[in-house]
Design a protein around this ligand. Structure first.
Ligand SMILES: Nc1nc2c(ncn2[C@@H]2O[C@H](COP(=O)(O)OP(=O)(O)OP(=O)(O)O)[C@@H](O)[C@H]2O)c(=O)[nH]1
Ligand SMILES: [Mg+2]
Length: 400
C-alpha cells in the first residue's frame, strides 16, 4: 500500500486534513501538540472506473466505485507537529520522524495565512512567512538523514576505501529502515558530485547529500492550508515562491472538506470527495447560518476547483510518485475474478512496473509460475516484461 505522511509544524491542520480525507475521528484543537501518537487511516485517489466501458456494474473489494469513479485506497499518516531542532530531540523530537520511516511521499501542510509561529502558537495573520516553514521542514528531514549516515562516518569511510565496496550500498544499508534504497542514494550522489574519497567528506558534505536524498526519496507536495482564511495576494505570492523553488503548492481548506464530509454523512448534502461542487438535498433541515456557511464553501470551491484536499493527495500519488492503476482479472472476457465479481481489485504501481510485477503483487505463486499475461481489452498476449499502462485490465496466466 502506498504510504503518505502528513507533515508540518504544530497547529497547521494536519489532523483536520487527515480527518477530512479518512473520516476518522481524531483530536483537533487550536494549540500545538494536540497529536502525539500518529494516526493512520485510508485516504483515496480517484480514477475513471473501466466498468463504464464494459457496461456492467463492478464489484470492488477494497476500493470503492461511485458513479463511474474508482476510489483507490492509500494510507495516510497524521504525525505529531515538527518544531525546529526536532532532529536534535526538541519538541517530540525524532518520534515524528520515526513514524514517517516507510512513507513514499509527504504532504507538507502549512498555514497559508501566516498566523502560526514556528512552534505552532497563534500570532497575527501574515507575520510568519509560510515559505520559512518549507525551508525548515526540508532542513529537519535532511538533518535526520544526515545523523543516520554520519554516525561513526570516518571509520566507515576508511573501511569503504580499503575494501572497495560501493559507497551507495553502504549508505543505503544505513538508510534501509527509512525505505531508502541504493537506487535513490546513487541518484543523489550523481546529482551533487562529492569527492570520490568518502574519507574526505565533512559534515557539510553529508548534509548536502542528505538534502538530495530527501528530495529524491521522500518527495513532497505542499498543502497551502487554511486558504479559506488567507489573504488572496499573500496566498498567491506563497504559491509563486514555492513554484520558483521547484515545489507544487496547492490551496487547501481542510476545514471546509471536513464540513462537507460531515454534512454529506448526515445526508444534508450530496458531495463526492474531490468534486468541484455539492448539492444541498435537505434544505429544510438546515438553519440559515448553515446555508450561508455552505454557500461560502461553494464560493471557495468555485475559485479553487474544490477544497484542495483530494487534489493534494492525487498530486502526490499521480504527479510526484507517478503511479498508475491496474486491474487484474481472472476471466479476460467478463473482467471478473473466479467468483464472478467484475473488476474486483485495483493496484497502484510506479510507472515502469511490468506484467510480472503485477503477478507478484496479486500472489507470490502467480509471479513464480508466470507464463504470460493477456490484455483483457484487446486479448493481446503480453510477456513478463510488458510495461503496464494506466487503466490496464490484465489476466495473468500461470502454471498450476
Ligand atoms: N480556517 C481554517 N482553519 C483550519 C483549517 N484546518 C485546520 N484549521 C484549524 O487549525 C487548528 C489546528 O488544527 P489541527 O488539525 O489540530 O492541527 P495539527 O497540525 O494536527 O496540530 P498538532 O497536532 O498540534 O500538530 C484547529 O483550530 C483547526 O480548526 C482550515 O482549512 N481553515
Ligand atoms: Mg494533529
Amino acid at each position: 500500500m502506498v504510504e503518505i505522511g502528513l507533515v508540518g509544524k504544530p497547529n497547521v491542520g494536519k489532523s483536520t486534513f487527515f480527518a477530512a480525507a479518512t473520516m476518522h475521528t481524531v483530536e483537533i484543537a487550536n494549540y500545538p501538540f494536540t497529536t502525539v501518537e500518529a494516526n493512520r487511516g485510508m485516504g483515496y485517489v480517484r480514477k475513471p472506473c473501466p466498468h463504464v466501458e464494459l457496461g456492467v456494474p463492478c464489484n470492488p473489494k477494497k476500493s470503492i466505485c461511485i458513479e463511474g469513479t474508482r476510489y483507490i485506497p492509500v494510507e495516510l499518516i497524521d504525525v505529531a507537529g515538527l518544531v525546529p531542532e526536532a532532529h536534535a530531540g526538541r519538541g517530540l523530537g525524532n518520534k515524528f520522524l520515526d513514524d514517517l520511516r516507510h512513507a513514499d511521499a509527504l504532504i507538507h501542510i502549512v498555514d497559508a495565512t501566516g498566523a502560526t509561529d514556528a512552534e505552532g502558537n497563534m500570532i497575527a495573520p501574515k507575520t510568519r512567512n509560510p515559505y520559512e516553514d518549507v525551508k525548515f521542514l526540508e532542513k529537519e528531514i535532511a538533518y535526520w538523514i544526515a545523523n543516520i549516515i554520519g554516525r561513526g562516518w570516518i571509520r566507515i569511510a576508511r573501511r569503504l576505501e580499503a575494501e572497495k565496496v560501493k559507497i551507495e550500498s553502504v549508505i543505503a544499508e544505513r538508510l534501509s529502515g527509512l525505505n531508502i534504497g541504493e537506487k535513490e542514494v546513487h541518484a543523489a550522489l550523481n546529482n551533487i558530485g562529492l569527492d570520490k574519497k568518502p574519507t574526505k567528506w565533512n559534515e557539510n558534505d553529508i548534509l548536502k547529500l542528505s538534502f538530495e536524498i530527501r528530495r529524491i526519496a521522500k518527495p513532497l507536495v505542499i498543502a497551502a492550508n487554511k486558504a479559506d482564511a488567507a489573504d488572496e495576494d499573500y496566498l498567491r505570492e506563497f504559491i509563486k515562491i514555492c513554484d520558483r523553488n521547484g515545489y507544487s503548492a496547492i490551496p487547501v481548506s481542510a476545514d471546509y472538506e471536513l464540513a462537507l464530509k460531515r454534512a454529506a454523512k448526515a445526508g444534508l448534502i450530496k458531495y463526492n470527495p474531490g468534486d468541484g461542487d455539492f448539492e444541498i438535498v435537505k434544505e429544510e433541515k438546515l438553519t440559515r447560518r448553515q446555508i450561508e456557511a455552505l454557500e461560502k464553501i461553494r464560493e471557495f470551491m468555485k475559485k479553487h476547483g474544490g477544497t484542495g484536499v483530494q487534489k493534494v493527495i492525487e498530486h502526490a500519488v499521480f504527479n510526484i510518485l507517478k503511479m498508475i492503476a491496474v486491474y487484474p482479472v481472472e476471466d479476460e472476457h467478463k473482467w471478473t475474478d473466479k467468483d464472478g465479481n467484475v473488476l474486483p481489485d485495483v493496484y497502484l504501481f510506479r510507472e515502469g512496473a511490468t506484467a510480472l510485477d503485477l503477478a507478484y503483487k496479486v500472489h507470490t505463486e502467480l509471479g513464480e509460475n508466470f507464463i504470460r499475461a493477456i490484455d483483457a481489452r484487446t486479448k493481446r498476449i503480453l510477456g513478463h516484461d510488458y510495461i503496464l499502462k494506466d487503466g490496464d485490465v490484465i489476466k495473468i496466466v500461470a502454471r498450476r
